[in-house]
Ligand binder design. Structure first.
Ligand code: NAD
Length: 356
């Protein structure tokens, strides 16, 4: 199994190094994994003048999955838009048609106090937001700002989903729910938006092929409220692009720690790009302070969703639980006054826990 490792900028190289070491430890135990690195983002722009060089795309095409660090930084903010680091991620999503974005929000018992919500509301939370990533109002045409005959400006966008687009994300939703606790909650606004009435109808149709998965529907405004009232009622939440964008950020804050949250973006063939949800954290880059656990957990998702190595994925996730239980904390998840470890020492601890 070939993995393209795109470390990127800022803390990207430090955190992906730890995830790569964890994968190498699994390879040493007999898992057939081959890791190959390629530049991306600002680092790639510095080296080649392009944020996503064609050689990097070629390496990804030959791989079974992409492990991605983070990109961006103040040095690149004044570049013309097409040369900015962020373009690399947008182009990779488009090139590989990565339409399914999986964002788990897990609250580990030891970190329940890190949330701004009461510990009893979030302790033990383990939900997954599945967001459609390539359609909806963000891409629908026509859109624009124009001036009406009376001289007043008017802005407009088009919310649009085809049946096929809904069908394919719904299949991912049901298949994902099957790998978890077999409950899927589909989010829409079918009481006022036609597009999302179609969403509800098509999701229900697809659901007939998955009788073992319990399907419920919820209006997005209620879902936003329920996420802070009683988030543990959810397992997999299936959302269109815009609702998923908003609800996944809300859900990530339930956990209170950006350095802990992994993500996956998949296409129809199961090929995927795996990355932490945080950015390149230029404020702490190069100081061995970044939390590598979101990237390590992204590697675990890669094992599960693209490489079909469920047992290895569970082993990595269990190792992360073990190090947290043992009291290892990077600065971002430490209680005030607690002893903290650096990026590399956290990686060491996870590798040691893997071997236990
Ligand atoms: P950020 O996520 O990089 O950082 C926000 C805050 O969280 C910072 O204080 C940072 O130190 C902290 N943080 C983030 N990850 C951490 C980790 N693993 N361990 C400990 N602390 C961590 O967001 P930002 O500061 O708004 O953006 C910085 C750069 O990252 C920008 O150039 C932005 O465009 C880019 N960005 C990239 C991605 C991506 O690569 N997918 C995502 C978001 C932002």
């Amino acid at each position: 199994m070939k993995i393209a490792v795109l470390a990127g900028d800022g803390i990207g190289p430090e955190i992906t190094e730890q995830a790569a070491r964890v994968l190498e430890a699994l390879a040493a135990d007999g898992l057939s994994l081959e890791l190959r690195a390629a530049p991306v983002g600002g680092t790639a722009y510095d080296a080649t003048g392009e944020p996503l060089p064609s050689k990097t795309v070629a390496l990804c095409e030959q791989a079974d999955a992409i492990l991605f660090g983070a990109i961006g930084g103040p040095r690149y903010d004044k570049l013309e838009r097409s040369k900015r680091p962020e373009q690399a991620l947008l182009r990779l999503r488009k090139h590989f048609d990565l339409f399914a974005n999986l964002r788990p929000a897990v609250v580990y018992p030891e970190l329940a106090n890190a949330s701004t919500l009461k510990p009893e509301v979030v302790a033990g939370l383990d939900l997954l937001i599945l967001r459609e990533l390539t359609s909806d109002i963000y891409f629908g045409q026509p859109r624009g700002i124009h001036t009406r005959d009376n001289g007043e400006r008017e802005g407009f966008d088009t919310m649009r989903y085809t049946e096929g687009e809904i069908r394919r994300i719904a299949h991912v939703g049901f298949a994902t729910a099957r790998k978890r606790s077999k409950r899927l909650c589909s989010i829409d606004k079918s009481n006022v938006l036609e597009t999302t009435q179609l969403w509800r109808d098509v999701v229900a149709e697809v659901g007939r092929g998955y009788p073992d998965v319990e399907l419920t529907h919820m209006l997005v405004d209620n879902a936003a409220m329920q996420l802070v009232r009683n988030p543990k009622q959810f397992d997999v939440m299936l959302c269109g692009n815009m609702f998923g964008d908003i609800l996944s950020d809300e859900a990530s804050m339930l956990t209170g720690s950006i350095g802990m949250l992994p993500s996956a973006s998949l296409n129809a063939d199961g090929f995927g790009l795996y990355e932490p949800i945080h950015g390149s954290a230029p404020d702490i880059a190069g100081r061995d302070q970044a939390n590598p656990l979101a990237t390590i957990l992204s590697a675990a998702m890669m094992l599960r969703y693209s490489l079909n190595q469920d047992a290895a994925a569970t082993r990595v996730e269990q190792a992360v639980r073990t190090v947290l239980a043992q009291g290892y904390r990077t600065a971002d998840i430490a209680e005030p006054g607690a002893r903290t470890v650096g990026t590399r020492e956290m990686g060491d601890a996870v590798i040691a826990a893997l071997r236990d």
